[in-house]
Design a protein around this ligand. Structure first.
Ligand code: NI
Length: 141
């Protein structure tokens, strides 16, 4: 075992498949590494997350496996739309845009966002019990 903490910049390659294979919890991101003051997080997801907004940061998504739908309230009149991210797709939810990820068939995703960013943002609807309110867990926990 390395004595590096999970959130230190990695000094050896990390397979995303191995990182994703190290935990089972849904909607509960693990921090794979950091880049400056950003986290690279991976998460397993299935079903619906919760409507929320990050007022001060964009949020980057990469679908590693499966497919992810993200509902967005970014219309000029606050109207909703939904984008579907197939495996390999990337997408950025701009700061200030309410969004709700969802994966009916399940997915594995990579997130890139400032360390300390909450999974449920700065404001959110009522958080369902299956959603972990966290700023990310260390890999291996
Ligand atoms: Ni978000």
């Amino acid at each position: 075992m390395s004595n590096e903490t999970a959130t230190s910049p990695v000094t050896e390659p990390i397979l995303l498949s191995a990182a994703l294979g190290s935990f089972e919890a849904l909607w509960s991101p693990r921090i794979v590494t950091r880049v400056n003051d950003y986290d690279v997080r991976v998460a397993k997801v299935a079903g619906e997350h919760v409507w929320h907004v990050h007022e001060d940061t964009d949020e980057f998504f990469l679908v590693v496996d499966g497919a992810l739908d993200i509902a967005l309230r970014d219309g000029e009149d606050g109207g909703e739309r939904c984008v579907t991210l197939e495996r390999g797709a990337v997408f950025v939810v701009p700061r200030g845009v309410w969004h709700r990820p969802r994966a009916d068939r399940g997915a594995s995703i990579l997130l890139f966002e400032p360390s300390g960013t909450s999974t449920v943002g700065d404001a959110h609807d009522e958080v369902p019990g299956h959603v972990d309110v966290t700023t990310g867990h260390a890999l291996g926990t």
